[in-house]
Design a binder for this molecule. Structure first.
Ligand code: WTA
Length: 644
């Protein structure tokens, strides 16, 4: 990475600062009284019953925020705006992949969410029950999430690119009673089956699912199970549009979202109500400088990931945002799609991932230059470190060399943005998330928890969060031991949250997040664990052993490289087998987890205690000289690996 010292700095422009939501007083207020500051942020929301205490941390590491308060998330995201006289404001400009589109006002959203809530109630679902949502980016996906929130049902959104096996393991873990899905989903002009995948996942009949609700999207034929399955059009669409929201406790579980950890089994990250909505609302308002009724906001994430939860659904809607939601891929039907959408709706705030910025760079700047992007006034980045070249390109070619870029660091576990520059306040450096937001506290420390000295550019440490924050996860669904082990045991003496990221702090106190320090890979901003892919590979009859590493990749950040040892019995040409193994991983997990390369090798490098030395495999995958091999049982294995 470029040396920290010779980087240019981009101070906020006086014009932007003049109207910015944030000012220096925000940090001053948080420093003077952290909990008082969060109480003020909670006042952004409507509370049916006020809270009596801001934070109860006596049961650490399980926090209670806004103790005793009661609220309804859907009321805050929808009803409130209608009651305030903004029912006719567009909430969602929805753009379908094949070119169809639909505008939903806050009035429309209220009617649709109420209908869905009435039908979910008719099905006998009760507060606390779990609902799986396995859908493409269509308004009904957002409506389903809000209907769950309205009823206190805990949703578990499963990315629609996941396989039936991945869906099933998530449905089982959460014991979902209902799955909401679609007949199929559009992908580059083709209809891919989704209901069929649900049926595949539920084929053995031994599961918790009582109902499958199906939205018609592509019109394709679907398998059907009488009594269990229902069409949205026959049920939700004809239900009453009147529904009164009840308030739920601030700590009522709002959703579970599964994410990869260091072991094969995904973790069900649990988020609750009051603290989560407070911090998503606060960060969306200040980090994106969002002005209700004026801005047109577009976050390009999928609701299958946390960014979609926090920055398409809950943060923006709680702030009465008018936003674009796009169903498809950025190059369907061609590479102009995003910029056509920006022009069509006059998008002012655009939030995407570095991998997409690098893809745009590859496609060339002539493409955005063919469009009028002058409406854009702020750009955001999330998902992985953004390399300085991509940052500069983004600002120059998409932001007309003046839109501030907010590089936002956070995680599924943190629920909301934790580190980011504040537009209009913070001078930014290309590639740095800059520092914790007001109200948030973070440090970079060594193994023993000592601060890494400022500006020690060679000294890389671990990112920790040393104070609880409102949107923090409240645990791992059904596995509180794993919660403690994963995040809190590492710095148990200090009581800090271990984020799993390496980071450094430069001489100006700016934070640079460098990437994961555990066995989690980051491919196009998606978290995939090495062991998840290894289990999928070993699940193939021909594979005896597999080791997977993330190797740096110009476009996707990291690419998955696998080394496999075959069983004696495996036959067939290596090329066929490699293709088969790639397909197996896509089938078992998702096409996003498909290895970029698979090497068939005679042996794997192991330490004397039998641990695979991934560091050395990464050297091989990235074509580097090998690092220290002295702890290997048999350093000669590399000759065999390199020759294979
Ligand atoms: C990485 C996505 C550097 C990081 C919201 C983190 C980042 C993981 C950034 C969480 C950023 C996310 N700079 N790294 N701005 N944003 N990351 O759970 O490694 O899908 O731990 O949440 O992505 O990924 P997750």
């Amino acid at each position: 990475m470029t040396a920290v010292t010779d980087l240019d700095v981009f101070p906020p422009s006086p014009e932007f600062a003049a109207t910015a939501n944030a000012g220096p007083e925000l940090a001053a207020a948080a420093e003077a009284d952290r909990l008082g500051f969060w109480a003020d942020q909670a006042a952004r929301l409507h509370w049916h019953e006020p809270f009596t205490e801001v934070l109860d941390w006596t049961d650490a590491p399980v926090a209670k925020w806004f103790v005793g308060g009661k609220l309804n998330v859907a009321y805050n995201c929808v009803d409130r705006h209608v009651l305030d006289g903004h029912g006719d404001q567009v909430a969602i400009h929805w753009e379908g992949e094949p070119g169809d589109s639909r505008d939903l006002t806050y009035n429309d959203l209220l009617a649709e969410v109420s209908r869905a809530a009435n039908y979910f109630t008719e099905l006998g679902l009760e507060a606390g029950d779990r609902v799986a949502i396995y859908m493409p980016m269509i308004p009904e996906a957002i409506i389903s999430m809000l209907a769950c929130a309205r009823l206190g049902l805990t949703h578990s959104v499963v990315f629609a690119g996941y396989s039936p096996t991945a869906l099933r393991s998530r449905v089982d873990d959460a014991e979902a009673r209902l799955i909401v899905t679609t007949d199929g989903q559009w992908r580059r002009g083709k209809s891919a089956p989704l209901k069929e995948a649900v049926d595949g996942a539920l084929a053995d009949g031994e599961h918790s699912v009582e109902h499958v609700l199906v939205v018609r999207r592509t019109g394709m034929d679907v398998p059907w199970t009488e009594k269990r399955d229902a069409w949205w059009d026959d049920t939700v669409a004809v239900a009453s549009p009147e529904h009164e929201a009840q308030a739920f406790d601030s700590e009522h579980p709002l959703f579970i979202l599964y994410t990869s950890g260091t072991t094969g089994k995904p973790k069900g990250i649990v988020h609750t109500t009051g603290g989560y909505l407070t911090q998503t609302s606060y960060t969306h308002h200040y980090v994106f400088d969002h002005k209700a009724g004026q801005d047109v906001y577009w976050c390009t994430a999928d609701i299958g990931w946390v960014t979609g939860h926090s920055y398409i659904v809950y943060g923006p809607l709680s702030n009465r945002t008018t936003q674009v939601v796009y169903e498809g891929t950025p190059n369907s039907p061609n590479e102009h799609r995003h910029w056509e959408i920006v022009e069509k709706y006059g998008v002012t705030i655009y939030y995407t991932a570095p991998t997409l910025v690098r893809t745009f760079m590859k496609w060339g700047h002539a493409i955005p230059e063919a469009h009028n992007l002058s409406s854009i006034r702020l750009l955001g980045s999330v998902g992985e470190p953004i390399n300085p070249e991509a940052w500069r390109w983004y600002r120059k070619h998409i932001g007309a060399d003046k839109a501030p870029i907010v590089d936002t660091w956070w995680q599924t576990e943190t629920g909301a943005i934790m580190m980011s520059p504040l537009p209009g306040v913070t001078a930014t450096k290309p590639g740095a998330a800059m520092g914790p937001l007001p109200g948030i506290s973070a440090k970079v420390v060594d193994d023993d928890g000592n601060d890494i000295a400022l500006g020690e550019t060679e000294a890389v440490g671990y990112l920790v969060l040393d104070q609880p924050w409102p949107a923090m996860l409240r645990g791992i669904w059904g596995d509180m031991d794993r919660y403690r082990e994963t995040y809190w045991d590492r710095y148990a003496d200090q009581g800090w949250y271990f984020a799993g990221d390496g980071a450094k702090v430069d001489e100006d106190d700016a934070f640079w997040v460098l990437g994961r320090v555990d066995d989690v890979m980051n491919v196009s901003g998606h978290r995939i664990s090495t062991s998840e892919v290894e289990s999928a590979l070993v699940g193939h009859y021909g594979v005896a052993e597999a080791a997977v590493v993330g190797a740096s990749d110009d476009t996707t950040g990291q690419g998955i490289v696998a080394f496999v040892i075959l069983k004696e019995s495996a036959h067939g040409g290596d090329a066929d087998l490699v293709a088969e193994l790639k397909a197996e991983v896509a089938r078992e997990i998702s096409p996003i987890a498909k290895p970029r390369e698979i090497h068939i090798v005679p042996e794997l490098p192991k330490t004397r205690s039998g641990k695979i030395m991934r560091r050395l495999l990464r050297d091989v995958a990235e074509g580097r000289e090998l690092g220290d091999t002295s702890t290997l049982v048999d350093p000669k294995v590399f000759e065999a690996i390199r020759n294979s």
